[in-house]
Design a protein around this ligand. Structure first.
Ligand code: ADP
Ligand code: MG
Length: 235
């Protein structure tokens, strides 16, 4: 059974259908990619899934529970975490304190300092632990944002363009981190423009165009799909 599922999600802004009956599934232990041109509706779909935007129609299901009307906090308590395309770090806090705050919020009796230190290692930022978050280069800041999401030990992790601004080395390490997180049983959903990353880490890829899911399948199939090429290249 899918951990996370949307069915028939429609969001209209003015006369613009940002999402048009969009349905996708993300399974525990898998990395599910969500790709599509700018304006396709990827971030809006994350907003609906994380509870920041109520769809005009459609449903969101988490582990078989209908959470369409749940608040973002209720979804977080059920194990959902997300990152934002526009970073939402505490700029003046250090890297470590950003993780500590997130770890405290998701503590549930665990030792927050230990959680924070473990994540520092996982995201490869131990050497930057005492650096203020707003002094980090973009690639590292994105890793920290992912680290904050991981501090709550999510069962569903939504990542909105996490590799933007990462160099090749950071992206390689990031891919390994995503595989580890999925291997621990998390359902990872990855919105990303770096096709090399998407095609190398994802088990399943959905393609959004003008608010509609136009294709879905394993990366090898998606790369051959004429509808997908048309959506991207306007052919
Ligand atoms: P993506 O993340 O795939 O680039 P978005 O979900 O950000 O796409 O946007 C999908 C469509 O919805 C675009 O046409 C965008 O202009 C529009 N849109 C997104 N957010 C809003 C908003 N708050 N108000 C009006 N239109 C919006
Ligand atoms: Mg977006």
């Amino acid at each position: 059974m899918a951990s996370l599922r949307t069915d028939g999600v429609t969001v209209v802004f003015g006369g613009n259908r940002a999402l048009d009956e969009a349905g996708f599934e993300a399974e525990a232990g898998r990395i599910t990619g969500l790709i599509g041109p700018n304006g396709a509706g990827k971030s809006t779909l994350f907003d609906v899934v994380s509870g920041l935007r109520r769809p005009q129609s459609g449903t969101v299901t988490l582990d078989g529970h209908d959470i369409t009307r749940a608040t973002p906090a209720q979804r977080a308590r059920r194990g959902m975490a997300r990152t934002f395309q526009r970073l939402e770090l505490f700029g003046r806090l250090t890297v470590r304190d950003n993780l500590l705050v997130a770890a405290e919020l998701g503590a549930r009796g665990r030792n927050s300092a230990r959680t924070a230190d473990g994540i520092l290692q996982r995201i490869g930022l131990t050497a930057d632990a005492d650096t203020a978050a707003d002094a980090l280069p973009t690639g590292a800041a994105r890793l920290l944002e992912v680290g904050r999401a991981l501090a709550g030990r999510p069962r569903v992790l939504l990542l909105d363009e996490p590799a933007a601004g990462q160099d090749a080395d950071e992206t390689r390490r990031f891919a390994a981190l995503l595989r580890d997180v999925a291997a621990e049983g998390c359902a990872v959903v990855l919105v990303e423009h770096d096709m090399g990353l998407v095609m190398s880490v994802c088990d399943q890829v959905y393609v959004l165009d003008l608010g509609r899911i136009v294709a879905c399948g394993p990366p090898a199939d998606i790369q051959q799909d004429q509808t997908v090429l048309a959506a991207y290249l306007g052919e």
